[in-house]
Design a protein around this ligand. Structure first.
Ligand SMILES: *[C@@H]1O[C@H](CO)[C@@H](O)[C@H](O)[C@H]1NC(C)=O
Ligand SMILES: *[C@@H]1O[C@H](CO)[C@@H](O)[C@H](O)[C@H]1NC(C)=O
Ligand SMILES: *[C@@H]1O[C@H](CO)[C@@H](O)[C@H](O)[C@H]1NC(C)=O
Ligand SMILES: *[C@@H]1O[C@H](CO)[C@@H](O)[C@H](O)[C@H]1NC(C)=O
Ligand SMILES: *[C@@H]1O[C@H](CO)[C@@H](O)[C@H](O)[C@H]1NC(C)=O
Ligand SMILES: *[C@@H]1O[C@H](CO)[C@@H](O)[C@H](O)[C@H]1NC(C)=O
Length: 315
């Protein structure tokens, strides 16, 4: 008798001890600021499998592993999703250092993912492949990301429209914003980027009107290199005329207006109308001192002393 009484008390207590969902009908689960350090199945006991948003922000989570959002089903000896309709997952303001490549295997309809203010250093290839058909918004600002895997932003990420990677530690820019079919905003502002690379061997295929907007403000660009966009153009033709289509915001960088920039500045000045609507005419020089805060469109090129063999790559 006493044993049965104890058991029934225990059974009543268990959900309140280990589970955080007190109301199994709630579809907006809020588990923010609860001191959670580990995501495991017991955390989600009694939670609504039909929930569409889960807020785990402000905790102490360090890892998101492959079964974080799955439950082990003894009958079929396999993992099944804990949440079938989860659209929004908020992991902001944790201590996440690693996300398993299969972390989103059981959240197949996720469209909004927040991992802002964490400690990620790398975005591994394939990280979003499993949600490539649904992911629309990705916010990973304020981490320490200095490396992005080759195939992270690729054609299999079909719906992605908004990417925020501001306030990270990236030092290079690839053709990432132009490869997935739907990206509208790609924000890499407040990083340390000082060059465009082409490890992906992307070739220019932008057609107007092009809507991607790429924010590279507050980075570390100083020396312009004509090779950067010449590589994207497959070393064919004059890349400067196409620059406006890339929709790059490159202002607020420590640009050095020297002979490296002679070609691009002169071409932009000569084709003012083509660039009138673009961000390029707002770029200002930081160096040399006499040109500081001068817009490249207003710079007097006759004061540049350049070796034409070096500075006119297209002859
Ligand atoms: C969750 O609760 C916190 C307060 O602890 C609140 O700041 C936050 O906005 C809530 N999240 C949602 C998605 O309602
Ligand atoms: C689940 O995580 C909590 C901390 O959040 C921990 O106390 C508990 O032991 C873990 N349970 C399992 C089964 O790993
Ligand atoms: C994921 O984490 C849970 C809880 O910490 C652990 O039980 C499980 O073995 C881990 N799974 C993998 C694939 O690492
Ligand atoms: C990019 O992020 C910065 C810093 O968070 C923000 O100020 C800026 O408005 C963002 N740019 C766009 C285009 O959303
Ligand atoms: C910024 O770029 C310069 C070279 O132009 C380099 O020496 C410096 O280390 C870079 N700073 C950061 C924070 O990447
Ligand atoms: C790009 O081309 C180089 C040289 O041909 C090659 O080594 C590299 O694997 C290519 N990269 C990709 C992502 O295809």
């Amino acid at each position: 008798m006493l044993q049965r009484l104890m058991l029934s008390i225990l059974l009543q207590l268990i959900p309140f001890v280990s589970a955080r969902c007190s109301d199994p009908t709630v579809t907006d689960i809020n588990m923010s600021n609860l001191g959670i350090s580990e995501i495991n199945e017991s955390l989600f006991q009694n939670c609504n499998p039909q929930a569409y948003s889960l807020d785990l922000s402000g905790n102490k989570i360090t890892l998101i592993n492959a079964t974080a959002f799955a439950s082990y089903d003894d009958r079929i000896h396999n993992y099944i999703p804990l949440f079938y309709q989860l659209k929004t997952l908020n992991l902001n303001d944790n201590k996440i250092i690693s996300v398993d490549p299969n972390a989103f295997k059981y959240t197949k309809v996720l469209n909004t993912l927040y991992i802002r203010d964490n400690q990620l250093k790398v975005i591994e290839s394939g990280m979003f492949d499993l949600i490539g058909d649904t992911l629309v918004t990705l916010v990973m600002s304020n981490n320490q990301i200095s490396s992005i895997g080759m195939s992270v932003f690729h054609t299999n990420i079909r719906k992605l429209r908004y990417v925020d990677l501001s306030h990270n530690k990236m030092t290079y820019m690839e053709a990432w914003p132009y490869i997935p079919p739907s990206i509208v905003v790609f924000n890499l502002s407040n990083n340390d980027v000082n060059k465009f690379t082409n490890h992906l061997n992307w070739t220019y295929d932008l057609t107007e009107p092009y809507f991607t907007y790429v924010d590279l403000m507050y980075n570390n660009f100083t020396e312009w290199d004509n090779e950067w966009f010449w590589r994207y153009q497959n070393h064919k033709g004059n890349y400067v005329f196409e620059l406006a289509n890339y929709r790059l915001k490159l202002t607020n960088n420590p640009w050095n207006c020297d002979c490296h920039m002679y070609y691009i500045i002169s071409t932009i000045q000569e084709s003012f109308y083509r660039f009138a609507q673009s961000e390029f005419i707002h770029i200002e020089c930081e160096h040399p001192a006499n040109l500081r805060k001068k817009r490249i469109i207003d710079v007097d090129l006759s004061t540049f002393v350049c070796d034409s063999k070096v500075d006119f790559p297209f002859g």
